[in-house]
Design a protein around this ligand. Sequence first.
Ligand SMILES: Nc1ncnc2c1ncn2[C@@H]1O[C@H](COP(=O)(O)OP(=O)(O)OP(=O)(O)O)[C@@H](O)[C@H]1O
Length: 460
Amino acid sequence: MDNGRDELSTVVKRTADAPDAPAPGFAVMVVGGAEDGARVELDGSRAVPALVGSSPVCDLRLSDRMVSRRHAVLEATPRGLRVVDLGSRNGVLVSGIAVGEAFLRGGETIVVGETALHVARLAPVETPPLPRAHRFGRMVGTSAAMRRLYPLCERLASSSVPVLIEGETGTGKEVLAEALHESSARAAGPFCVFDCASVSPHLLESALFGHERGSFTGASGERRGVFEEAHGGTLLIDEIGELDLSLQPKLLRVLERGEVQRVGGNAWLKVDVRVLAATRRDLDREVQAGRFRDDLFYRLAVGRIALPPLRDRHGDIPVLAAQFWRALGADDKPLSPEILARFDDYPWPGNVRELRNAVARFLAVGELVAADLKADEGPGGGSLPSTVPAPSGDVIEAVLDEALPFVRARDRVVADFERRYVERILAKHGGNVARAAAASGLARRYFQLIRARRRDKTNG
Ligand SMILES: Nc1ncnc2c1ncn2[C@@H]1O[C@H](COP(=O)(O)OP(=O)(O)OP(=O)(O)O)[C@@H](O)[C@H]1O
């Protein structure tokens, strides 16, 4: 497996509060101590974040023993240099005051552990014009935030290095992973997705690496793991932040050796797989908190892309809504400006997925479902249509036990309800879709849509 970190160590990350205007540039320099004079520059046009800490992955690596492995993150934003304490042991001081997060203008001194860092603002430089591309594969977006990402996506697609894709739920991490695969030299090979959150912990190892017959109770036959399935292609390990600490060294070994060992087996099997990983967690914090191994992070994040939330993609909502409107089978009539304006005003906590679902519901029902677009009800406010009956307690309990974020938990409950509902009503009507749709009181097109969505999820 290729680990061309040196060529492609670029990290592009945009944060929730970074609008489209280019950010000013800053230089942060160590003053005194073993690393006196070491500096990092944060390019305003690309908003490149930098890690400060004692870990080898850090852009500003400090040998100060009072500094945590991942102590703080620095990022150029239009509001100034953003400094965030990553939960360090000894905190971050700006001009003598302890801060969790602060925006600096330049001229300040940041103290981490016993090390002082001087912040200087750089003179503005001419920034290259944004690329004109409006999409990367199936991933659509005309906003500046998205267009800034496309050149990096192109570069990463043409290499075989592991890539870490970060972003809130529904921002399109899986779409991007597939687009990277499809634009790569591996496009003719398989694209496999493995969701660490959907497999129970005791089956994870066998699902990833396979098992030999009789290797544990219930292993009646041998089984290939997803690494073997993805041989010659790309494997997306979704929700990598959920991977149990005990399995992380095993995954690291596979990435280093390019070989897997099935559970209960002795042989090492060669696998040619490009690994992409996705997470909605802040892995920098997970590493700092000791829940994710630094060395595994280093292996996975050779390339790193953070997808911005939809609320920061200025101009993308109408483009995406129109695209979904057409793709979901609407006739030639475009979405009305009133509906687009209401979409544009909404913060979309469930991001592009929530927008797609809202368009699908609008298409099916012909009007916005009353509970949709109520931004004041908290994350995902009210996008559960009022026509959906309460799911059974066992499903809710199971989802609650997983302690997922609200939007994701709600999606799981609705998904489970939809699957069971469709199966039940189809069975009752002998598999006849027209009769099942009529009996459920849904337009046939909407019924088919739910059915296809469930099938996609089951296959995916
Ligand atoms: N930029 C985009 N262009 C077109 N469709 C998109 C885009 N981003 C997301 N989508 C659509 O939004 C939905 C959610 O996307 P996806 O599953 O890739 O999100 P995700 O970030 O992986 O979500 P999660 O973290 O919940 O797994 C899909 O239906 C996908 O097709």
